[in-house]
Ligand binder design. Sequence first.
Ligand SMILES: NC(=O)c1ccc[n+]([C@@H]2O[C@H](COP(=O)([O-])OP(=O)(O)OC[C@H]3O[C@@H](n4cnc5c(N)ncnc54)[C@H](OP(=O)(O)O)[C@@H]3O)[C@@H](O)[C@H]2O)c1
Length: 277
Amino acid sequence: MRTLGVKEKTMKIGIIGAGNIGSALAGHFQRVGHTTCVANSRGPDTLQEVGRKTGARPVAISEVARGVDLLVLTIPVKSVPSLPSDLLVDLPATSPIVDTGNYYAFRDGTIPELQKGMVESEWTSSALGRPVIKAFNNIAAVSLLNKGLPKGSANRIALPVAGDDNTKKQRVMALIDQIGFDALDAGPLSESWRYQPGTPAYCLDLTILQLPTSLEKADREKAPLNRDKAEKIITRLPADFPMEELVRVGRLSAGMDTLNPRSWLAALRLGVAILLR
Ligand SMILES: NC(=O)c1ccc[n+]([C@@H]2O[C@H](COP(=O)([O-])OP(=O)(O)OC[C@H]3O[C@@H](n4cnc5c(N)ncnc54)[C@H](OP(=O)(O)O)[C@@H]3O)[C@@H](O)[C@H]2O)c1
């Protein structure tokens, strides 16, 4: 994969959350040439392994947003309201805050506004008291980690980006391209429900040719019902059931890869895993 071109600015990037998504992003950002720091709730001592693997610098949460050009928030949605109240005081107003969050009641508990259908990133934005850009929420961590491709590749995965500030959105879209994915402007933040859990654009590794139709097909009433159905399946699976198999089954259910035996094998594996629980 490429590194930054001479005209591309190196950014200082802060990442809050260093789990599946946070560590995958940290590795990508470092690899292309950005300077990245990561924080969690337990302190930098607990992030030495992530630092060693990704090259990102573990820092205290009080430091992670200080003066950075871009901040990624990638923690469970339920944890957003408990972030320190002074977290963003030294974050420049021009720096995008990227929200990767997805609401799942089995993990996040009941959040009444989200149960009633409030757009998830609008809820997060209001909890933070700052605008956010929604990105990276509709790609499985395993795809984010392993499936980046050079620009122009036939199967390059495309990621939607929604937000109300076009300059910030463009900056996030450029970053997505740098790390190996196409980016699609998905409109204002209010439209980001179109790629929340339960929608046709969620975690199916779609290309730039497929993504616009999937966003268009999203049904706001059906999405939470689909999400709850998926949640029932996920909670019956062993914790180590591979996410890439779920992506394969999701694509198969959406009528994709029907001639690929690997997809049917994944469906069989899922069925067996559920039966054996
Ligand atoms: N996994 C996926 O495939 C995937 C895909 C797309 C989007 N997402 C979404 O992206 C977000 C992160 O997912 P993930 O799978 O990366 O989660 P994860 O593996 O559970 O990691 C969560 C990270 O957040 C940190 N954290 C939790 N509470 C915190 C707090 N109050 N302050 C600072 N750090 C905190 C955790 O560290 P400590 O607990 O040590 O603080 C951990 O490093 C979630 O909203 C998820 O729905 C996940």
